[in-house]
Ligand binder design. Structure first.
Ligand code: GAR
Length: 210
């Protein structure tokens, strides 16, 4: 199984969904460690409760963005993951960092990219009068929320939806999507080739009579 490090800043429900998927011994990835830039992130507690190494690297204790990122990179060198999953990690990453994990680092974003990169996606989807919303898992490149798309899921925007209602419905789709996208990457069925994501077809099932 591929070793995964998860970077997060908050609640960690996507991380928990990956942990859950990895309980299946046939799942091609396992969560080796969870890192947070916020020591009070709920995701750290969830990871610890599941017996996963959980490390806080508080960005407020560093003199610069670069110094904090270097500490995160050093920790990742120690953990030596095959794949890095960003799951609500709310820090901008330098090109050095994204280059180092090119093709091995993925992110989940709460919109149908390339629509609505950045923050407050649910509010902006409603303000734009969209009738669909969704989430995207993509390979991370130097431009935030812009790397090659691995997988997406869409949900309907319903009459009377508020940002909170939309977020609550979307997060359930995020959990399913992230587990499926990590499966694709860990099994080698999704990979980066140049600036593109390449997906290969699932192995065809052979059955009786084949
Ligand atoms: C998720 O909705 C994720 O898509 C979003 O933060 C939330 C984290 O929730 N990520 C971003 O906005 C990244 N730009 P979680 O901590 O419960 O997984």
């Amino acid at each position: 199984r591929k070793r995964v490090a998860v970077l997060l800043s908050g609640r960690g429900s996507n991380m928990a969904a990956l942990l859950d998927a990895a309980k299946d011994p046939a799942y091609p990835a396992e969560i080796a460690a969870v890192l947070s830039n916020r020591p009070d992130a709920g995701g750290l507690d969830t990871a610890r409760a599941a017996g996963i190494e959980a490390v806080a690297i508080d960005h407020k204790l560093f003199a610069s963005r670069a110094a904090h990122e270097a500490a995160v990179a050093a920790e990742l060198t120690r953990i030596a993951p095959d794949i890095v999953c960003l799951a609500g990690y709310m820090r901008l990453l330098s090109q050095d960092f994204t280059d180092r994990f090119r093709g091995r680092m993925i992110n989940i974003h709460p919109s149908l990219l390339p629509l609505f990169p950045g923050l407050h996606t649910h509010e902006r989807v409603l303000a734009a009068g969209m009738r669909v919303h969704g989430c995207t898992v993509h390979f991370v490149t130097e431009v935030m929320d812009e790397g090659p798309i691995i997988a997406q899921a869409a949900i309907a925007v319903l009459p009377g939806d508020t940002p909170d209602a939309l977020a609550a419905r979307l997060i359930r789709a995020e959990h399913r999507l992230y587990a499926e996208a990590l499966r694709l990457v860990a099994s080698g069925r999704a990979r980066m080739s140049g600036d593109r994501a390449v997906l290969s077809a699932p192995e065809t099932q052979s059955g009786p009579g084949d």
